[in-house]
Ligand binder design. Sequence first.
Ligand code: SAM
Ligand code: SF4
Ligand code: SF4
Length: 351
Amino acid sequence: MSLDNAKVVSWRGAREPAVRDRLERPLQDLRISVMDRCNFRCPYCMPEDKYHKDFEFLKTSERLSFEEIQRLVQVFAGLGVRKLRITGGEPLLRPSLPDLIGDLSRVAGIEDIALTTNGVLLAQQAAALKAAGLSRVTVSLDSLDEGVFLAMSGGRGTPARILDGIHEAISAGLTPLKVNTVVIRGMNDHTALDLVEHFRGTGVIVRFIEYMDVGTINHWRLDDTVPSRDLVQRISARWPLVPVDRNYRGEVARRYAFADGQGEVGFISSVTEPFCGACTRARLSSDGQLFTCLFASHGLDLRGPLRAGASDGELGDIVRAAWGRREDRYSELRAARKPDGDKVEMYYIGG
Ligand code: SAM
Ligand code: SF4
Ligand code: SF4
């Protein structure tokens, strides 16, 4: 859409104090899923047997348009959101994504726009995304070993193609670039150190993610999760690591620097070391449902009121009320919980 270069003024101005939930957590980050489809079939996220060729994804008209996403972002910015992450599904499957990045970069109050992608389509889009205002990119890459990679991606893509995307993104200035690696015992944990070796000294930050019980379809078992502390020990035995302070409160990754100055690695340990107390993130699905926790079973429909003509003020009141009711701390309660049958799937609300 065409907007002039001036920052779009949010509905109550960007200086209003952030809205807080019942646990005093401010609303600061918004993850926006722009596409429920994906060109991978990672067995831990969208297993092929469920997401087969006849699976019914959203229709184009059901997904929020760029104008609708921008309007909601203005509303969220008015409530305190400063950082956006564009995700999916696979966000680079959404046509003309740089146009959306451009629109969002002009919303008053938005200071940082990042993207999470599997990297397959990154090489050809990196420069346009950067030019449109994207700040940073996180590329998911579960292994450099082709066979392991294919087992983790559902037989799609190649490590070489993802490395190509990473290279182009760095050339375009989408830095510091982070690589996300989900670690699943017996699948790719034996190749984790290869990733560290490959990216050490390049400026790329590898972050190992504990495999989580998101959704209900990946048949997660606690035994499949490799605790971050085990990986820290294994990596440190080869390349000594020194803990580094978090960049900011709410940063999800535990950071460690290589003692020899060759950069750092991160660990996202939501299973063994939950960080709900500092969780300031809301999620918006591609059809406009608001989720206040990755492990929620229900979203709150924002598309309905948006399409019915609600004003920015009315939309802001809906979001403020939802955030005000928020008590989510699923990961902290996980140990005490009984298995739950109806959690939303991650590809739908975005990782
Ligand atoms: N398709 C993009 C990608 O893979 O980067 C963006 C969406 S994906 C849902 C976002 C992140 O969630 C990826 O890094 C993926 O590895 C991670 N993820 C998906 N399912 C997960 C699970 N069960 N446990 C931990 N991380 C998971
Ligand atoms: Fe697709 Fe990302 Fe899920 Fe893999 S993790 S299936 S790439 S959405
Ligand atoms: Fe945030 Fe929910 Fe994850 Fe806790 S479990 S960190 S509240 S998304």
